[in-house]
Design a protein around this ligand. Structure first.
Ligand SMILES: Nc1ncnc2c1ncn2[C@@H]1O[C@H](COP(=O)(O)OP(=O)(O)OP(=O)(O)O)[C@@H](O)[C@H]1O
Ligand SMILES: [Mg+2]
Length: 279
C-alpha cells in the first residue's frame, strides 16, 4: 500500500495559528482532489475536528456538497488526554494505521500548543512540518533566542530542538535519506510594524540556515480566516453558490494567499470554485 504523505502543523507556542492553517491546508488539498485523513491531537480543544463537524452540519442543512476528509476515531479526547502515555501512543498508531488503510493520500495532523507525547509521536512521522508563527519576537523565541541587547541571534531554542529530535528519530528509523521538510510561515501579518518585521525577517533567514527550515509566504491578519469557522468553511470553499457572508475583494486576496502557501508546500495549483466579489 502506498504510504500517505504526512503533514504536521506544529508550534509549541499556543495561539500561533496552527488550527487555522491546518483547516485551510486540508480544504485546499480537498479542492485539489486529494483524499485526506485528519488527526486532531489537541485533545482538549479539538478545533479542527469541530470545524469539520460544523462543515458536515452546514452543508447538510443547506443542500450543498463539499469535499470532506476522513477522520479516524481517537475516542473521547479528554479521557485520552488523561490516559497513560503508552495508551495514547497505541491509540495514535491505530488511528494512523486506519488512515493509511483507508487509502488517504495525505494525513494532516494538527497538534496542541506545548510538548505532549502525542505531538512528539506526530512530529516523528512527519514528511513535512508547517509552523505558523506570529509576526513577533515573542513567537520567535520558541524557534531561536535573541540577545536582549544586540538582538543578534544566539541559538536555536525549544521548538527547533523538538524538530531536530524528530529529524534524528526519522534518520535512525528510516536511514539517512529520510528528511523532514520544515516550512515556517508568519501568520497574522499586520500592515503596520514594517520596521519590526524587517528585523524579524532577517533573523528568521539566519535561523532558517542554522536549523534547516524554509520560510514560506505568510498570511495576513484577516477576519475571513476566522469568520467562516462556525460554518465549517474556508475561503477555498467560497463560490458564487456558497457564500454565507458578503464577499469582498479581501476574500479574493485571501484565496491568493492560500494558493501561494499551497504552492510553497509543494502542492499542485489548487483550482478553486469561481468567486465573483461583486456578485
Ligand atoms: N491569519 C489570521 N487572521 C485572523 N485571525 C487569525 C489568523 N490566524 C489565526 N487567527 C485567530 O487567532 C486565534 C488563534 O488561532 P488558532 O486557534 O488557529 O491557533 P493555534 O496555534 O491552533 O492555537 P492553540 O495552540 O491554542 O491550538 C484564533 O482566534 C484564530 O481565529
Ligand atoms: Mg489549535
Amino acid at each position: 500500500m502506498a504510504q500517505p504523505r504526512v503533514i504536521v502543523v506544529g508550534n509549541e507556542k499556543g495561539g500561533a495559528g496552527k488550527s487555522t492553517l491546518a483547516i485551510h491546508i486540508v480544504c485546499g488539498l480537498l479542492h485539489a482532489g486529494h483524499r485526506v485523513a485528519i488527526l486532531d491531537l489537541d485533545l482538549r480543544q479539538r478545533s479542527m475536528s469541530h470545524f469539520f463537524a460544523h462543515r458536515a452540519a452546514w452543508t447538510a442543512a443547506n443542500g450543498v456538497v463539499l469535499p470532506m476528509p476522513s477522520e479516524p476515531d481517537l475516542g473521547d479526547g479528554k479521557v485520552l488526554a488523561r490516559a497513560e502515555e503508552a495508551e495514547q501512543i497505541a491509540r495514535f498508531d491505530a488511528a494512523y494505521a486506519e488512515a493509511t488503510a483507508s487509502g488517504a493520500e495525505v494525513i494532516l495532523i494538527d497538534t496542541p500548543g506545548g510538548d505532549t507525547p502525542l505531538s512528539r509521536a506526530a512530529h516523528a512521522r512527519a514528511d513535512q512540518i508547517v509552523t505558523p508563527m506570529n509576526d513577533s519576537f515573542v513567537d520567535f523565541d520558541m524557534l531561536g533566542s535573541v540577545d536582549p541587547v544586540t538582538l543578534e541571534l544566539l541559538k536555536p531554542s525549544t521548538y527547533s530542538e523538538s524538530v531536530w529530535e524528530a529529524r534524528k528519530h526519522r534518520a535512525i528509523k528510516e536511514g539517512r535519506h529520510a528528511a523532514i521538510d520544515w516550512v515556517v510561515v508568519t501568520n497574522r501579518l499586520a500592515v503596520a510594524e514594517a520596521r519590526n518585521r524587517k528585523r524579524l525577517e532577517e533573523r528568521m533567514l539566519k535561523l532558517a540556515k542554522r536549523v534547516g527550515f524554509r520560510v514560506g509566504p505568510g498570511l495576513r491578519d484577516r477576519v475571513i480566516y476566522r469568520e467562516l469557522f462556525p460554518f465549517g468553511l474556508t475561503v477555498a470553499d467560497l463560490s458564487n453558490e456558497v457564500r454565507p457572508v458578503a464577499v469582498s475583494l479581501a476574500h479574493v486576496a485571501a484565496r491568493q494567499e492560500m494558493r501561494n502557501l499551497m504552492q510553497a508546500l509543494g502542492l499542485e495549483d489548487v483550482s478553486l470554485p469561481a468567486l465573483d466579489a461583486a456578485a
